[in-house]
Ligand binder design. Sequence first.
Ligand SMILES: [Zn+2]
Length: 90
Amino acid sequence: MPDLDRLVAGLRCRDVLSDLSEFLDGTLAPARVADIQAHLAECDTCARFGGRIGAMVEALRAERDDSFMLDESALTQLRDRIQLAIGTSR
Ligand SMILES: [Zn+2]
């Protein structure tokens, strides 16, 4: 289990992961997006937790517009992993 209480770039991994669905959906405030990107850029826990997260973040960085769509099954898997990791369910 990764250490999700690690503080990197002003955010804990737990905070990043709990916002990640919205981050990927593009519904987060731009300031929050910037915070999360700063965290992901420096946090090897998050980088290791989801190789896919890093790939998606790269894709989002490369194509920051509304036409960009994540692969549905990859997104579902990612959300499942996030919810497992932060120990919540909706
Ligand atoms: Zn992290």
